[in-house]
Design a protein around this ligand. Structure first.
Ligand SMILES: Nc1nc2c(ncn2[C@@H]2O[C@H](COP(=O)(O)OP(=O)(O)OP(=O)(O)O)[C@@H](O)[C@H]2O)c(=O)[nH]1
Ligand SMILES: [Mg+2]
Length: 464
């Protein structure tokens, strides 16, 4: 490994109260000793002790060794390996003159033989020296770049090693399974493969936790980017009216004629801090009108791409074959059923004619006309976006790199479980379990290739 001593100004450019120069590596302490004069009763002339104590702050001055000029009054902190950010000797010089003074001091440090650190190089050393895993290194970057309180909390949860721990738990299970399979391969006479048990462990201790993490990633994405919702239903059921009600403005044209909406009408709104991209669409039915047909094709396309479908039916009429066809179109996509025009429905019974299979979907009576049930609908939408997943895992929200590897691990684990189910040769099971293990290794960074690491650390700023 690179044993050079690296240095950088760790505070952002511009004027500020202090500027911090960070130095890490074998020569960090000799460099500090060469430049620093500790203050003693304010004389500023006493040389420092040859040996600094770890985790202490020293008050004094940085002096240019060439001319003896005092550069700045500073506080020097010393962290001796391995108890430091990088696990190397680290010195941080708090220059009180701000960024310009910090840059002048950095020059002196570089003249003493340190080299300028690359972006993220301190964190990279922390990773290479085993103090943090790759998920934590990525969290350092997220923490710096967090733009909302939720994003900040998510980064902090990863930084403290929440994801690392989860991944380690899954790795341990996979390791156990690998050992059991190896034993069956090596000693086929003595060791029988307990396929049932292994299959159960894969499904409970590998697949289920990975699925939960992937769900969190999806929830995390909606927190950042918002959720797209397509409003679908037969003509004239009140889709456009409901859209306008949710937006609290007249965005979509409403008439009492069926077939009013032709194109997809888009507009965004926020519900409790989560952005929803609503799409009102043409009513679906059999129609000879070519314009309407194009509109319906667009409606189906929009629903295909949406995160969620808001299916609108009329509360005061029985659910008909056309409604059912649309419900079937939605397929397995998350769906909320709005029983609109509840004001026209006499009697208290909600969801009067709903087929049994629809009840699994969240379904609620609303009236776009009177506003009844709209708050409950907004709450349902919010719940669908944020879900319980992110909370149950303490806000562990994997990033896209991590999610991709989790999905690959999941696929390999599922394939291994299938191999076990059909009593395939243990060698085959071993291949898929090995793939799953590799994905997790790459996730934590133990298997990560250099170009992947470069890609991650390039996003950092210099000095971190
Ligand atoms: N009583 C009552 N009428 C409603 C309600 N919602 C919508 N309507 C009426 O139903 C008619 C159709 O409403 P739209 O919002 O245009 O229906 P749509 O589903 O968008 O219709 P298309 O765009 O033609 O598919 C209008 O006359 C609305 O005023 C409701 O909750 N109660
Ligand atoms: Mg409409």
């Amino acid at each position: 490994m690179d044993d050079s001593t690296i240095a950088a100004v760790a505070t952002p450019p511009g004027s500020g109260g202090i500027g911090i120069i960070r130095v890490s590596g074998r020569n960090a302490i000799p460099i500090a000793a060469a430049l620093f004069r500790a203050s003693l009763a304010g004389t500023g002339t006493k040389p420092p002790r040859s040996q600094f104590e770890s985790h202490r702050l020293y008050h004094g001055y940085v002096v240019d060794p060439a001319g003896g000029r005092v550069m700045d009054e500073v506080l020097l902190s010393v962290m001796i390996a391995p108890r430091s950010y990088t696990r190397e000797d680290v010195v941080e010089i708090n220059a009180h003159g701000g960024h310009q003074a910090a840059r002048a001091i950095l020059e002196l440090v570089l003249n003493q033989g340190a080299r300028l650190a690359e972006p993220g190089e301190f964190t990279r050393r922390a990773f290479l020296n085993g103090r943090i895993d790759l998920t934590q290194a990525e969290a350092v970057c997220d923490l710096i770049q967090a733009r909302s309180q939720r994003a900040l909390e998510a980064a902090a949860a990863l930084l403290t090693g929440g994801l690392k721990l989860k991944i380690q738990q899954i790795q341990n299970v996979i390791n156990d399974i690998q050992i059991a399979i190896e034993a069956a391969i090596d000693f086929p006479e003595e060791v029988a493969l307990d396929a049932e048990n292994l299959k159960r462990r894969i499904s409970e201790d590998v697949i289920a936790p990975l699925q939960a993490l992937i769900r969190n990633c999806i929830a995390g994405r909606t927190i950042r980017e918002g959720l797209s919702v397509t409003i679908m239903g037969r003509p004239n059921v009140g889709k456009s009216s409901l859209m306008n009600r949710l937006l609290a403005k007249d965005r979509s044209i409403v008439t009492d004629l069926p077939g009013t909406t032709r194109d997809v009408v888009q507009e965004s709104t926020a519900i409790e801090g989560v952005v929803f991209h609503l799409q009102d669409t043409a009513g679906l039915h059999r129609s000879p009108d070519p314009v309407e047909s194009i509109g319906m094709a667009k409606a189906i396309e929009s629903a295909d791409e949406a995160d969620l479908v808001l299916l609108v039916v009329e509360a005061h009429r029985p659910v008909g074959p056309e409604d059912i066809r649309i419900f079937e179109l939605v397929g397995t996509k998350p769906c909320i059923v709005a029983l609109n025009k509840s004001d026209l429905q006499s009697g208290p019974a909600a969801c009067p004619d709903l087929p049994e299979s629809w009840r699994a979907n969240r379904c609620l009576a609303v009236s776009a006309l009177t506003g009844e049930g709209i708050e409950a609908l907004r709450a349902q939408l919010h719940q669908a976006a944020v879900g319980g997943a992110a909370k149950s895992l303490g806000e562990l929200i994997p990033n896209l790199r991590q999610k991709g590897l989790m999905e690959r691990c999941l696929a390999a684990a599922a394939a291994a479980a299938q191999d076990l189910a059909r009593q395939a040769a243990p060698e085959l099971v071993a291949v898929n379990i090995g793939l799953a293990a590799d994905c997790l290794g790459e996730l934590a960074g133990t298997h990560a290739k250099a170009d992947i690491l470069n890609g991650i650390f390039e996003r950092f700023c210099i000095g971190k």
